[in-house]
Design a protein around this ligand. Structure first.
Ligand code: NAD
Length: 384
């Protein structure tokens, strides 16, 4: 029997109300079917805001536009600067004004073609425009494919912090074409792998091992392997967000666990002055979570194998991610890390919901202060 490798894998992300359920389609060559998929979901749409950034628009903007115009859609392109600095209120307002000038209406659609920055910004524009119009996510970075495009969180940053102005706005369709990853810079690739590994660390030892075992094929940009890893990762995230679509779940039972590696990761990212990329900082944050889990005796070291920190370290190194956590825990950095942890928006009063692991595949939520987190990571004897 022959199998059609180009047939997209269809995943279905279920959220509570039927009209907010949406399909996630994954497969090589899907970008060329963007228009077809949009028309199928939105038969009455007349105009599309095609939002991308200055790196991605020149690479894939024409293909997206052609596919949309083939369905008789009027395409209005909006290109934002590349990078996190563009995820701001000014760009949001410029985009919304552009959509008004293009005479877009309630049945029209926003298409986010790009990484997580484009997805979050265009998504928030779709959430706000005329109190909400449809959004189609077409993620082009690995991080956006395995993580940011699924789950409905949309936001922009303020000078006071990341993602402070945002909403939940579920996409109507997510189109993931692993072929676009051919042009993604290697450092961005590694950042996406950190999030893919995180999904395994939280929910599936099999996925954790598969991501590591596929490292060479992944870096060789094997589209089939990438398609499988992305699909498995999205399925794990989808199952989690379906249980708790708006992050209201009880501690430990909802999507809050997706913050694994992010609490300390955000702090390290800030203290590094953003010289470390988000995924690189999350890599160090996951090593921290593993170390802290061992030191709190949540994840006892097995007699016949490596402990959790050692497993995490080996996996992240195989994925070419940074692992030197201790470089950020010396006297020079410790107090800045504590201050950055206190400023993290996820703190509730003085305690922080810190995501730990009892083992690969089983998260636990701890309530700790910033001081306790840093002390536990620096000194095994400081267990409190
Ligand atoms: N909404 C969510 O649930 C969620 C989850 C995780 C992260 N995020 C957000 O996502 C953002 C990070 O996303 P990101 O890592 O994709 O960053 P990004 O959007 O800045 O993309 C990274 C870089 O890769 C480039 N790029 C993207 N696709 C490319 C391609 N196919 N070929 C060549 N270059 C390409 C971009 O131009 C950019 O320079 C952050 O703002 C973060 O807050 C959101």
């Amino acid at each position: 029997m022959t199998t059609d490798k180009r047939k997209p894998i269809a995943l279905h992300v279920a959220v509570p109300t039927e009209d907010e359920s949406y399909p996630v389609l994954i497969g090589p060559g899907l970008l060329a079917r963007l228009g077809h998929e949009l028309r199928r979901s939105h038969p009455k749409a007349a105009r599309v805001a095609l939002v991308s950034d200055e790196n991605v628009m020149p690479l894939y903007g024409d293909a997206a536009r052609e596919s949309l115009e083939a369905e008789a859609l009027e395409v209005h392109s909006f290109t934002i600067p590349a990078g996190e600095a563009a995820k701001n209120l000014d760009q949001l307002v410029t985009l919304l004004e552009g959509m008004i000038a293009a005479r877009m209406g309630r049945r029209d659609v926003v298409v986010a073609l790009g990484g997580g920055v484009v997805g979050d910004l265009a998504g928030l524009a779709a959430a706000l425009f005329m109190r909400g119009i449809p959004l189609m996510q077409c993620p082009t970075s690995l991080l956006a494919q395995v993580d940011a495009s699924v789950g409905g969180k949309v936001a922009v940053d303020l000078p006071a912090g990341k993602n402070l102005i945002g909403s939940f706005h579920f996409p109507t369709v997510v189109i993931i074409d692993p072929e676009v990853l051919q042009t993604l810079p290697e450092r961005e690739f590694a950042c996406g792998l950190a999030e893919a590994l995180k999904h395994g660390a939280l929910f599936s030892p099999e996925h954790f091992q598969q991501v590591v075992a596929a490292a060479d094929d992944i870096y060789a940009r094997d589209a089939d392997v990438l398609g499988r890893i992305v699909a498995a990762s999205v399925a794990l995230k989808a199952a989690c967000v379906s249980r708790d679509p708006r992050e209201q779940g009880e501690a430990g039972k909802g999507r809050v666990v997706l913050n694994l590696g992010h609490t300390l990761g955000h702090a390290i990212e800030t203290v590094s002055g953003f010289s470390l990329k988000h995924g690189e900082a999350v890599s160090l944050g996951m090593i921290a979570a593993a170390r802290l889990s061992e030191r709190k005796k949540l994840a006892p070291k097995p007699e016949d194998g490596p402990g959790l920190e050692a497993q995490m370290r080996v996996a992240l190194a195989a994925l070419r991610l940074p692992t030197d956590l201790d470089a950020w825990l010396d006297d020079e950095h410790a107090s800045s890390l504590e201050a950055a942890l206190v400023n993290d928006k996820k703190r509730s009063f003085t305690s922080i919901s810190y995501i730990a692991l009892t083992r690969v595949g089983d998260p636990a939520v701890l309530s700790l202060t910033a001081q306790e987190i840093v002390a536990l990571l620096r000194d095994p004897a400081s267990d409190c």
